[in-house]
Write a protein that binds this ligand. Structure first.
Ligand SMILES: Cc1cc2nc3c(=O)[nH]c(=O)nc-3n(C[C@H](O)[C@H](O)[C@H](O)COP(=O)(O)O)c2cc1C
Length: 195
């Protein structure tokens, strides 16, 4: 039974959790997470996001992306066996959680709002998803890294010209304690302007 969590508590206690169990996650929970993503604020109602939910062998979609990116940047002198080993190690990265949701920003062909705002909306969708997952008792980590934006990764996800992956949300039940976290007090980043 997951205890109820208010927004403030969810924001404060969510941590990036890199190690989760392979225990499957109910589809109903994944759907709640996706729905929360779609409630992100978005300028002019462009709803500029697309999701891929990868579970089981479906995670090979991302695995292939990682592998192809690594192969494209590999030393051309590698033997076939070495290359296969490299690709296999990269493929495995996609299997670090039972559910991985790839999120892409989908700016409209005709610019309705500045593209930076489409990205803002897609990023906000990710945060909504992570907070919702956390409130449901699930652990998440938002992963990117250079391979995310590589042409070979774009190819793996058949992205359109203006589309871009904004991250992979790895989801599962935590298999580690939440790391300690600190933030700079807002006072050091804030100027109050009252007149
Ligand atoms: C856009 C973005 C990309 C990230 N990519 C990675 C990543 O590739 N690998 C990783 O371990 N963490 C990644 N993170 C998670 C951050 O490292 C994490 O949010 C940060 O350390 C703060 O920890 P917290 O989320 O527990 O508060 C990413 C976070 C954001 C916002």
């Amino acid at each position: 039974m997951v205890k109820k969590m208010d927004v403030k508590e969810a924001i404060r206690s969510r941590r990036s959790i890199g190690k989760v169990k392979q225990e499957p996650v109910d589809r109903a929970l994944i759907e709640e997470i996706l729905e929360a993503g779609t409630w992100a604020p978005n300028h002019c109602h462009t709803e500029p996001w697309r999701f891929w939910v990868m579970t089981g062998e479906g995670r090979a979609l991302l695995g292939k992306g990682y592998a192809e990116v690594a192969a494209a940047g590999a030393d051309p002198l590698l033997s076939e066996e070495e290359l296969a080993k490299l690709k296999s190690a990269q493929e495995k990265k996609a299997f670090r959680a039972p559910v991985v949701i790839a999120v892409a920003v989908t700016p409209s062909a005709q610019e309705v709002v500045p593209e930076v705002e489409e990205y803002a909306a897609a990023h906000t969708a990710v945060q909504n998803m992570m907070l919702t997952a956390h409130a449901l008792g699930l652990a998440t980590i938002w992963r990117t890294g250079a391979p995310t934006y590589h042409p070979k990764m774009r190819e793996a996800f058949s992205l359109g010209a203006k589309e871009e992956l904004v991250g992979f949300v790895y989801i599962g039940y935590a298999d580690m304690a939440p790391p300690k976290a600190e933030r700079t007090p807002f006072a050091q980043k804030t100027l109050w302007v009252s007149e």
